[in-house]
Design a protein around this ligand. Structure first.
Ligand code: WT7
Length: 655
């Protein structure tokens, strides 16, 4: 890692904004100056300008109960009204909000007026089902318009959504339903993925049957018909979306709620086995979502066509598919399926079809396209593109340059955006039209944010030095806590450096003071831009009857950033003829993790080993396993309880 980054820091290519881009840019240098003068006042001004407040706030930040913040506390607003009705009332009802493209090639379009009506009907349906302010609703849907409609309908009535990515297993879904005590699940029969229908409803049925007696908090399951696959039906519990929406009232007046009304919970992996329910609230979150979406993507809502390829199951889908773009009145594209279905040019075909001008995607996708070759995108007209964004993991300079040259015709700015589920919105990024771009670096904190790189003692490192990334002052879209676990919130984020938010990422400042992200410093992996916890996968592995012990590491991977690699010790009484069986068992364990957590967590490799490297106090030395998995010389082993163990493991794996 250290060697790699030293090479990167010699990156000398620089891209100044073109005169044209600068002239029409939304962002300006003055934002930094204005924000530096008084951060809370700056956010107050942004919020008042970007959002409609039914009751204007008189306070900005309250940090008196740190690390629990409130923003705009005495103001009142309705998040869905801000994303919908107000655009219609301003005369933009005919503007397209969503251009939805299904994987098989079907499509649907919603103007702002149409989307508003759909959300009103869905809000009335929720109210009819007895859902009210503060109730939790789990959403387990494919990337179809109903996912967005559901989220906004929940927000509209002051309830709280918990979107669970459709790739998660029944068990993961149930754990999230239980943790938030959700009363309703919104799902679909199935959705299209990789050329076929992938069923979802059976996972909901399985999730709710896990305890055997049906005693979950869920009262109803609302089912969108999308895959037309056969589903089991539970008369007292299940309802078809089209039946309910079909008879719902089309009028609904959005009621204002206090700024700190919980908006959503989104679960993310931490360093322990149990996912954390990250809580976001309304006014501050929407302020920073709208501000960053407008300024980082240089959004001109009248003319741009924006596309974020993220699924609404992740934070990027919340902030940059639903709340940011719709609060700003943007026209966007959403796509149901995978980039390679039915052909590897599908993304570029969609950009050509809808004349997408702003694209926001993950480095792992870009690296995959790079491997396939430029002849694929070259076959499509991508001249509508004028800005490219990257998110989820560091984008290496080669992928950055390829993105700009091949997808952006050598002209478009590329913004590398660093943030997290917890930060709610983008924190570190260049501003297009303002910043001179530097491939590979996320560059600078956005206006209104105070971000530092600290050494272990908590002292800010100077230029050309590395340390840990922290946010040193509260920001509007910061998480307000971990659902049901205030102690874990304080402990996880605020105890490493008291008073400062510890992000869990290593970072380095280069000679200009620009930020380079170095990856997680905790036991969290980043696979294809998605966070996975080593502990969660280890506990899934040891729940298999044949596994005695397991250690999981994230090993560097050319395409996915990191890949999950597991080392497993098999129970002695069940060892059998391991040599013969190792492959079959490895396959079985990979499938086991996939069915317990979800396909994204499936280990790329499982090594059956006789020992694991441990310190004298019994802690697994993952660093050594990572050396092994990445094919490196094994590092310092002197703190191992048994210094021979690495030789044994390497021989084992080689055989
Ligand atoms: C972790 C957060 C932010 C939405 C998607 C992921 C890594 C994210 C970057 C970037 C380097 C990045 C960090 C962070 N990360 N963006 N531009 N450069 N690393 O959200 O699942 O909450 O994961 O993703 O390690 O801590 P998330």
């Amino acid at each position: 890692m250290t060697n790699g980054i030293d090479n990167l820091l010699h990156e000398t290519r620089r891209f100044e904004p073109s005169a044209d881009f600068r002239a029409g840019a939304v962002a300006s240098e003055e934002l930094y100056e204005e924000a530096a003068a008084d951060r809370p006042a700056f956010w107050g001004k942004q919020s008042a300008e970007l959002l409609h407040w039914n009751t204007p706030f008189t306070k900005t930040l309250d940090w008196s109960n740190a690390p629990f913040a409130t923003w705009f506390e005495d103001g009142e607003l309705n998040v869905a009204y801000n994303c919908l009705d107000r655009h219609v009332e301003a005369g933009n009802g005919d503007r397209i909000a969503l251009n939805w493209e299904g994987e098989p090639g079907d499509s649907r379009t919603f103007t702002y007026a149409e989307l508003t009506t759909e959300v009103k009907k869905a809000a009335n349906t929720l109210l009819d089902l007895g859902i009210g302010k503060g109730d939790r609703v789990a959403i387990y849907l494919p990337m179809i318009p109903e996912a967005i409609i559901s989220m906004l309908a929940v927000a509209r009535i002051g309830a709280v959504h918990s979107v669970v990515f459709g790739g998660f297993s029944a068990e993961s879904l149930r754990a999230r339903i239980d943790d938030a005590a959700a009363r309703l699940v919104i799902t679909a029969d199935g959705g299209w993925r990789k050329g076929k229908v992938s069923a979802l409803k059976p996972a909901v049925d399985a999730a709710l049957a896990i305890d055997g007696d049906g005693s979950s908090t869920v009262e109803h399951v609302l089912v969108v018909q999308r895959g037309n696959n056969d589903v089991e039906w539970f008369e007292d519990r299940d309802l078809w979306w089209h039946d309910e929406i079909g008879r719902a009232e089309a009028e609904h007046v959005a009621q204002p709620f206090p700024a700190e009304t919980p908006l959503f919970i989104l679960y993310t992996s931490g360093t322990t086995g149990k996912p954390k329910g990250i809580l976001h609230t309304s006014g501050g979150y929407l302020t920073q979502a709208a501000f960053t979406h407008r300024n980082v993507f240089d959004l001109h809502p009248e003319t741009d066509v924006y596309w974020s390829t993220a699924d609404v199951g992740w934070i990027t889908g919340h902030t940059y598919v639903v709340y940011g773009p719709l609060a700003n009145g943007a026209t966007q594209v959403i796509y149901e399926g995978t980039p390679d279905a039915p052909h590897p040019g599908r993304w570029w075909e969609i950009i050509q079809k809808y004349k997408v001008s702003i694209l926001y995607a993950a480095p792992t996708a870009i690296r995959t396209f790079m491997k396939l070759g430029r002849q694929i995108p070259d076959a499509f007209d991508l001249t509508s593109l004028r800005l490219l964004g990257s998110v989820g993991e560091p984008i290496n300079p080669e992928a950055w340059i390829w993105y700009r040259d091949v997808i952006g015709a050598g002209k478009t700015p590329v913004v590398d955006t660093w943030w997290q589920t917890e930060t709610g919105a983008i924190m570190v990024s260049a501003l297009p039209g303002v910043t001179t771009l530097k491939p590979g670096s996320a560059q600078v904190p956005l206006p209104g944010l105070h971000i530092e790189v600290l050494d272990d003692a908590g002292t800010p490192v100077g230029k050309n030095a590395g340390g840990l990334l922290v946010v040193s002052e509260p920001w509007p879209s910061m998480l307000r806590g971990i659902w049901g676990d205030p102690d874990r919130y304080v402990e996880t984020y605020w105890s490493t450096f008291p008073g400062k938010y510890f992000a869990g990422d290593g970072a380095r400042l280069d000679r200009d003071g620009d930020i380079w992200l170095l990856g997680r410093v905790d036991d969290v992996m980043n696979v294809s831009g998605h966070r996975l916890s080593t502990a969660e996968i280890e506990s899934s592995l040891v729940s298999h009857p044949r596994v005695a012990e397991a250690a999981v590491v994230g090993a560097a991977d050319e395409t996915t950033g990191q890949a999950v690699v597991a080392f497993v010790i098999v129970r002695v009484e069940q060892a059998g003829d391991l040599r013969q069986e190792a492959d079959a068992l490895a396959a079985e364990l990979r499938a086991h993790v996939s069915s317990q957590i979800g396909a994204i967590a499936r280990p790329k490799q499982v090594f059956i080993v006789a020992e694991l490297p441990k310190t004298r106090s019994g802690k697994i030395m993952r660093r050594l396993l990572r050396d092994l998995a990445e094919g490196r010389e094994i590092g310092d082993t002197t703190t191992l309880a048994d210094t021979q163990v690495m030789n044994i493991i390497s021989t084992n794996i080689a055989g």
